[in-house]
Design a protein around this ligand. Structure first.
Ligand SMILES: [Zn+2]
Length: 244
């Protein structure tokens, strides 16, 4: 059977099409190649070369989720061609349990630090390099986002379990009790409870904002910004003493 070798415009892999086929799907990156220009095709061969056959089988095994078997096939490819970028990309997929090449972008990982994937980028032809780099960039964005979220989560937990979180929460509950209690006993004489009620509710609201800031539920640029509403709430205690 006659095959023509063409390069995938998306990922740069060498693909082998049966002569005369007009459309195909890249077995590596799953992009559809609309039409095969036979004049632009590099070679016409009888059968697929061994290395490409092994590589193709490895990617079928990856797609099936058979990662150990895929890794073995990829090692064979690398014995024949130690500079095969797609084989190194495949190794990355086998190690990380990724079935499809484009799904590497969905990982939360620093792929450029991955020994296999950094080789895939280093040894790739121009389009392979471009494609692999874009996958690594997307994975890195997720990785950075994940790290930032982890740090925020840790800071929030530290606040909750620490003294400032506890003090603010207790203070807020006291203000709420004061507010509700004032209304319950103050019915009848509006002047005696209205102003203290407004103040204690304002304190409660400020402390709630402060607590949410400390938990990083409300995001602030500075980690100490939560102290501002808490201090204002504390200062609002003063009118209670002035009235008496
Ligand atoms: Zn492709």
């Amino acid at each position: 059977m006659k095959y023509i070798a063409v390069q995938c415009p998306q990922c740069g892999a060498t693909l082998h099409f049966e002569k005369g086929s007009k459309q195909s799907v890249c077995e590596y990156c799953s992009s559809t190649i609309a039409a095969v220009d036979e004049n632009a095709a590099q070679t016409v061969t009888d059968g697929i070369p061994t290395k490409d056959a092994l590589l193709g089988r490895a990617f079928v095994l990856l797609a099936d989720g058979n990662f150990p078997a895929a890794a073995k096939e990829l090692d064979k490819v690398l014995e024949l061609d130690p500079g095969c970028a797609m084989a190194y990309a495949g190794k990355t997929m086998a190690v990380r349990g990724v079935r499809k090449l484009p799904n590497l972008a969905g990982l939360s990982a620093s792929l450029s630090d991955d020994s296999n994937f950094s080789r895939a980028i280093a040894y790739g032809n121009e389009s392979e390099r471009r494609y692999f780099s874009s996958l690594a960039l997307q994975a890195k964005h997720r990785f950075d986002g994940q790290q930032a979220a982890d740090e925020t989560g840790a800071a929030g937990r530290e606040f909750r379990s620490g003294v400032p979180g506890a003090v603010i929460l207790i203070f807020a509950v006291i203000c709420l009790i004061f507010f509700i209690g004032g209304f319950m006993k103050g019915s009848g004489d509006a002047g005696s409870y209205l102003l203290p009620g407004i103040i204690s509710f304002a304190q409660f609201a400020l402390l709630l904002v402060s607590w949410l800031m400390g938990n990083r539920i409300i995001r602030t640029k500075n980690d100490r910004t939560f102290l501002i509403p808490a201090i204002i709430a504390a200062v609002l205690v003063v009118p209670f003493f002035l009235v008496r």
